[in-house]
Write a protein that binds this ligand. Structure first.
Ligand code: PHE
Length: 344
């Protein structure tokens, strides 16, 4: 039995020495050391030996199998490393190849600009009006009457305002100022709100005008609000939105629902004030209308103008966006050209 074991050991050893791959190693292990392998069939014969022989032959069998296991492992590790290296050589990744393009959604520049403006006013203590107090389909009552706009005012003309078929008095709002009325009907002063949204005007479309665009309305009503507060808030907004260095100017103006009224111009970014197509040669672009809320408007919503005063403003979001990002045509915002939209 001893010679038998030694013979198997020698032939296993020779096989291991000849082995060329991990596969060979696996086969050798199977042939000699598995449950059905050659050693096991010999070990089965141990039970018929004398106690003395069992001990010596058993010990020899164990030593031999341990030996073979060790040799197999050593070879296995060598082949494993070798095959791994070959694989790494062969499957090398070319990191200079360009990656896969994964398209990414972007926030529309109008939305981004609106968010930015709203955040500035929130930081100045304004809150955002609930959407139901700022509807896009309005009645003439909110869009004009309550804002002190006379019945013969040219803005009411179908040339300027979109009316809605079969709905007498309904309009697509031409300004966000109607939100002022909704808010004041629903809330007692102090009121300090902004209302962003879309407005519609029956314009001839060109690089500066579209038949819909976006405004943000502001309203601050409390005791003792003055024109100084209006100027302070708007100047602070301009400073935060454009930075300190952008030239701006206040101009006196007129709106039926504010008295006194003003407009704010910002120097044209395309020509640095020299005059170009975007600013129709003036060097300035108007960004907002504003003023002290007219006494008639306060009275109309039941706020006592002897106790309260307030200011309101309405700014054009496209204009503000164009002036910040040097966009020279308002139509770019709306024709969904990816080459434009992907820049934001
Ligand atoms: N609604 C005015 C416009 O669309 C702007 C404005 C708002 C002016 C509030 C004064 C006060 O031109």
């Amino acid at each position: 039995m001893k010679t038998q074991l030694e013979n198997i050991y020698n032939s296993a050893k020779a096989d291991i020495e000849k082995a060329q791959s991990m596969n060979d190693i696996d086969e050798i292990r199977l042939k000699y050391l598995s449950r059905k392998g050659e050693f096991n069939s010999i070990k089965k014969g141990l039970k018929d030996l004398s106690d003395e022989d069992k001990r010596t032959i058993g010990a020899l069998a164990n030593r031999i199998t341990n030996d073979l296991e060790e040799m197999l492992k050593e070879k296995h590790d060598i082949f494993y490393q070798k095959e791994l290296n070959e694989k790494l050589q062969h499957d090398r990744i070319d990191i200079t190849l360009s990656g896969k393009y994964i398209p990414e959604g972007k926030v529309h520049p109008i939305t981004a600009t609106t968010n930015e403006i709203v955040t500035i006013f929130q930081n100045l203590g304004f809150s955002v009006v609930a959407p139901e107090l700022s509807p896009e389909v309005e009645t003439e009552y909110y869009n004009f009457d309550m804002l002190n706009v006379p019945h013969d005012h040219p803005a009411r003309d179908v040339q300027d305002t979109f009316y809605i078929k079969n709905m007498p008095n309904a309009v697509l709002r031409s300004q966000t100022s109607g939100a002022q009325i909704h808010v004041m009907e629903n809330q007692k002063p102090p009121i300090k709100v902004v209302a962003p949204g879309r407005v519609y005007r029956n314009e001839n479309v060109n690089s500066r005008k579209n038949n819909f665009f976006h405004q943000i309305e502001g309203l601050y009503v409390d005791k003792g609000i003055t024109f100084g507060d209006l100027k302070g808030v708007l100047n602070e907004f301009i400073r935060l939105y454009f930075g300190a260095s952008r030239p701006t100017r206040f101009r006196s103006s007129f709106f039926p629902f504010t008295e006194p009224s003003a407009e704010v111009d910002v120097q044209c970014i395309m020509c640095q004030g020299k005059g170009c197509r975007t600013c129709s040669g003036t060097g300035w672009l108007e960004i907002l209308g504003a003023g002290m809320v007219d006494v008639n408007v306060l009275k109309g919503v039941g706020i006592d103008p002897e106790i309260y005063s307030g200011f309101a403003f309405g700014m054009g979001i496209e204009r503000l966006s164009m002036l910040k990002y040097a966009i020279d045509d308002i139509r770019l915002f709306f024709n969904n050209d990816k080459r434009f939209l992907e820049q934001f």
